[in-house]
Design a protein around this ligand. Structure first.
Ligand code: 5AD
Ligand code: FES
Length: 367
């Protein structure tokens, strides 16, 4: 049996026996048939572990005001070409309730990173209002960067129950090349532990195909997800934004390779982590019109339709070529329903779609 077949068989049967070196071998596949067999194995395992329901998380990109200066990101503080916006409390709540009325079980609130009290208090108020005005029915994930334990706890009590904080890469040296010195790798990792302690379902992820990143780094990222007992994964290909410092290091990057590496990471993560939620992120669609469907077929089970009002969308370009800038929430809803149906999957409407991994861990603790 070929090495690839052997590794896939081992992973499909019992992932604990498999090693990061083997995951790296899978990430290095370049033969199209072998790539397909990787996606097929991940897809089969997805059906066994989380089923064929795709869950929608409507995402509201609340503001592009950001205190951080990550070298890869289009809305970094130093990018003076960006027109900054900050949605009002009413606008945000209105978009969340639209999602609820349209049977999205759950939403994600995301914005540039700020720690000031004006910001953190506003978020607390918004969370309480959404909980109340949706009769506690709408699930709320937040993705608002690094905060103190107290803030994380306040937001949890106000109604958020999941938190997404990508670590971007688990290689500290690589992290250092992507951020100014003031952005501390260890602080970011510690945040994941604090979030878990505060009671959240914890999501993290990395960018895939970064300048200087190796397949060994990516295999270690997957190991990190497993060791940290992560519940949800949101990761996607790195895409150049020309108004950022990293752009000059990224000249040789090729769209097709970025897409393939993104899909291979989804598949390997599904095979190793098995019962977690994994998002088919928008960045996949920036590289290929059917990128998100490809993500679902490589093992992802979550899609994040954009809820942001069309007038703000152009202001939230973390990378270039982001799709749906001229669309509105209704268009994205219809479009993504069609995309999910086109590959024979169904949408889990009106359900939170919690990570089965999280549910199982909690049951274990109760028994
Ligand atoms: N390409 C891809 N993803 C990016 N992000 C930021 N900039 C880029 C880019 N140029 C991702 C980061 C961040 C998330 C909100 O967006 O991973 O955590
Ligand atoms: Fe927005 Fe297709 S997802 S138009």
């Amino acid at each position: 049996m070929s090495t690839i077949k052997n590794i896939l068989k081992k992973l499909s049967e019992n992932s604990t026996e498999s090693t990061p070196q083997e995951w790296q071998t899978l990430l290095e596949i370049s033969d199209p048939q072998e790539m397909q067999s990787l996606y097929d194995a991940a897809y089969a395992l997805k059906l066994d572990t989380v089923g064929s329901n795709v869950y929608f998380r409507g995402i509201v990109e609340m503001s592009n005001i950001c205190t951080k200066d990550c070298y890869y990101c289009g809305i970094r503080n130093s990018n003076s070409n960006v027109e900054r916006y900050d949605m009002s409390e009413d606008e945000i709540v209105r978009e969340a309730l639209w999602a609820h009325e349209n049977q999205y079980g759950s939403i994600v609130l995301q914005s540039g990173e700020r720690q000031d009290a004006n910001f953190t208090d506003k978020i607390t108020k918004i969370l309480k209002r959404i909980k109340e005005e949706s009769n506690g029915e709408l699930g709320i994930t937040i993705s608002l960067g690094e905060q103190t334990e107290e803030v994380y706890r306040t937001w949890f009590e106000a109604g958020a129950h999941r938190y997404l904080l990508r670590v971007e890469t688990t290689n500290p040296e690589l992290y250092g090349t992507l951020h100014p010195e003031s952005h501390d790798f260890q602080t970011r990792i510690n945040c994941l532990d604090i979030l878990r302690k505060a009671g959240y379902q914890v999501g993290t992820g990395v960018m895939i195909g970064l300048p200087g990143q190796t397949t060994a780094d990516l295999a270690q990222d997957v190991k990190f997800f497993r060791d940290k007992d992560i519940d949800m994964i949101g990761m996607g290909p790195y895409i150049v934004h020309s108004e950022t410092p990293l752009a000059e290091k990224a000249e040789t990057i090729n769209d097709e390779e970025q897409l393939n590496m993104g899909l291979k990471m989804i598949a390997v993560t599904r095979l190793v982590l098995r019962d977690v939620n994994i998002a088919a992120t928008t960045a996949l669609q920036a590289l290929n019109p059917t990128g998100r469907e490809m993500g679902l077929q490589a093992g992802a089970n979550i899609i994040m339709p954009n809820l942001t009002d069309t007038s703000y969308r152009k202001g939230y370009q973390l990378y270039e070529g982001k799709p749906c800038l001229d669309e509105n929430s209704t268009m994205c809803r219809g479009c993504l329903k069609g995309r999910v149906a086109s590959i024979g999957e169904t949408i889990g409407l009106d359900q939170w779609g919690d990570s089965p991994h999280f549910i199982k861990r909690n049951e274990k603790h109760q028994n």
